[in-house]
Design a protein around this ligand. Structure first.
Ligand code: FAD
Ligand code: SF4
Length: 568
């Protein structure tokens, strides 16, 4: 490795990663008066140039599906917000023999908050007390009541729509008025009502009225391509600009952090990073460090930060870093409703995502699995996506006008359902540094081990049965077929596919069984904080990003106070 170039500047804080966790920390710390430098592996994003919000498929090379249609069915094809992908050239990762794990990464300012579905759900009080409730997993060292004020702050600042419902498994928040349900959503709600399944307005980080200088949503339905008017939340548009406005923020893009360097006194003193433009090793110094590179990248960085004091990686005296890796349990299904063929054309505009969803509704019953799941659903006549009519073209022979007519009549007659459930950490699911493979800069990469337990498989079965009953009770035909065994029983998605991977640097009260304290501060190295989902103790059915934002804000407040007291 070449000699690192050292800058003489010592910042108050160095943040690694600019996604939900890093962006939130940057805003709070700079506004709190600290001088902050941020290292981000990707380039800057320019929404008006880089987002494809109002583009048609035919405006893009290969209609957005890549050479030979390679990117047709993958999240991250050219039709989405930029620089997010399952595979990044020169930056491999490894699935251990017998394991399948997929890892969606973004290399761009704002990280995956440029791509996310904007579903913004609070964890429930019981989610922080998993072990006390059913004896599995572990309790968090914090309670819902401690996090709730930060949920309030985040929702008030970023804007989340929803309705107060008083559902124990899905706490209410500070909500903007939600958009009205679309025709298909009203239709499915009726079926849910008949089956006693809760179906309520969804909760999403999208503005239905102007907020903090951001325009309200204009209902183009294109959120996953990025929103030029910043009407939905991304770190790049909502958190980084206020940090920049303080004049105390330095953003270094194209900077791939390789190692956090610890001094003789046991405190972190610098980060070594690869400057991708010059392929040189650089070093930036700070008094404190916030790691927010995303759960698995953060674990990788800490495990690669080996020193005489920390031979197993920075903060890893407990050996837990990389362990307790979970993703959401995901299984999907589709209903076909031929009766929609006769539906007159109507306005189906809305946000880029669902206006209603089903929160976990069986919380007061004994189920044949522990914990719960929620259901996301969507369909109807929104703008057809890339590959929308593939299935139909396979099913119906012919071409030209008859095929077009068939596509027209089938358009909007399918409704898709996706379950998102809680995985309980198990000892066979974790990541570690691969002993052989390195990325294009010579940085050792991660190797993933993955196994679902019976609990998750039973949950996926329950999801399939529920989707079928909702579809059939609404007079539709359930068209999804899943197998009861094989690698994906009941359609359970491979590990990582739901993109809610977390838990790899978990918090806890006991430094022997956790890496962080309840403020995301590394037990072993007090001036390092890990504020992304690596710090999570459990992975409830709720999508994680709202909680990342809340915990990163909370940790940053604590860091500010410690800095004021001179404790860092
Ligand atoms: C298609 C999609 C849909 C999703 N939908 C939802 C949803 O509806 N609701 C929800 O809650 N969540 C959703 N998610 C997940 C959500 O995007 C993540 O939970 C969230 O972005 C994680 O934030 P983060 O800050 O931990 O990491 P990221 O947002 O991944 O940001 C990490 C940043 O760190 C940078 N980085 C990584 N390693 C290094 C390094 N070594 N040096 C310097 N920089 C580095 C990366 O380039 C990146 O910019 C979705 C994700 C995707 C991709
Ligand atoms: S639906 Fe609304 S929030 Fe989403 S991209 Fe369009 S204007 Fe932006």
């Amino acid at each position: 490795m070449p000699q690192a170039t050292r800058s003489s500047t010592v910042y108050d804080v160095c943040i690694i990663g600019s996604g939900a966790a890093g962006g939130q920390a940057a805003k709070v710390l700079t506004e709190g008066g600290l001088n902050v430098v941020m290292l981000e592996a990707g380039p800057e994003v320019h929404p008006e140039r880089d987002y494809k919000e109002h583009m048609w498929p035919y405006d893009l090379p290969h209609r957005g599906v890549g050479v030979g249609g390679k990117a047709r069915h993958i999240v991250g094809n050219e039709f989405l917000a930029p620089n997010g992908a399952w595979e990044i050239e020169g930056e491999p990762y490894v699935s251990a023999p017998g394991s399948t794990f997929r890892w969606f990464r973004s290399r761009i300012v704002g990280g995956r908050t440029n791509h996310w579905g904007r579903i913004a759900l609070r964890f429930a009080p019981v989610d922080f007390k998993a072990r006390s409730t059913d004896g599995m997993g572990d309790d968090w060292p914090i309670t819902y009541e401690e996090v709730a004020p930060y949920y309030d702050k985040v929702e008030s600042y970023i804007g989340v729509f929803g309705t107060k419902e008083n559902i124990p498994s899905a706490p209410d928040g500070v909500f903007l008025t939600p958009p009205k349900p679309r025709c298909t959503e009203t239709f499915i709600k009726k079926s849910c009502d008949a089956l006693n399944i809760l179906c309520v307005p969804s909760r999403m980080a999208i503005l239905t009225k102007p907020l903090n200088g951001r325009a309200a949503c204009h209902y183009c339905g294109q959120c996953d391509r990025g929103c030029i008017t910043a009407s939905n939340f991304s770190s790049s548009q909502v958190l980084i600009p206020p940090a920049q406005n303080t004049g105390r923020f330095t953003l270094i893009t194209g900077a791939m952090a390789r190692e956090i360097v610890v001094g003789k006194n046991g405190k972190a003193e610098a980060v070594s990073y690869i400057d991708k433009a010059t392929l040189t090793e650089q070093r930036v110094k700070a008094r404190a460090f916030v790691v927010g590179a995303s759960a698995c990248e953060s674990a990788r960085l800490l495990l690669n930060s080996k020193s005489t004091l920390f031979p197993d990686g920075l903060g890893n005296s407990s050996g837990v870093i990389g362990r307790y890796l979970t993703d959401s349990v995901g299984s999907s299904g589709t209903g076909h409703f031929p009766q929609f063929e006769k539906m007159p054309p109507h306005n189906h505009d809305g946000v880029g995502g669902m206006h209603m969803y089903m929160p976990w509704w069986k919380f007061d019953r004994k189920n044949d699995f522990l914990r719960g799941y929620h259901i996301e659903f969507g369909g109807g006549r929104s703008m057809p996506g890339v590959g929308e009519f593939d299935g139909l073209c396979r099913e119906y022979e012919g071409y030209g006008a008859p095929l077009k007519q068939r596509c027209r009549s089938a358009y909007g007659t399918f409704i898709g359902f996706a379950g998102r459930g809680e995985m309980i950490p198990n000892e066979n699911s974790y990541c570690e540094i691969d002993p052989q493979q390195v990325d294009k800069w010579g940085i050792p990469v991660l190797r993933f081990h993955w196994q679902w337990s019976d609990n998750e498989i039973k949950m996926a079965r329950d999801m399939q049965e529920t989707f079928r009953s909702i579809v059939e009770s609404a007079g539709g035909r359930y068209v999804t077929h899943t197998f009861t065994d094989g690698p994906n029983p009941y359609g359970i998605a491979d590990g990582g596919v739901i993109i809610h991977e977390l838990g790899t640097v978990r918090m806890g009260t006991n430094p022997k069984t956790s890496a962080l304290n309840k403020y995301c501060q590394v037990h072993d190295v007090k001036n390092v904080f890990v504020t992304d989902a690596a710090c999570f103790v459990s992975n409830p059915d709720k999508n994680p990003t709202l909680t990342i934002l809340a915990l990163s804000w909370r940790a940053s407040d604590y860091l500010l106070n410690e800095a004021k007291k001179g404790n860092l």
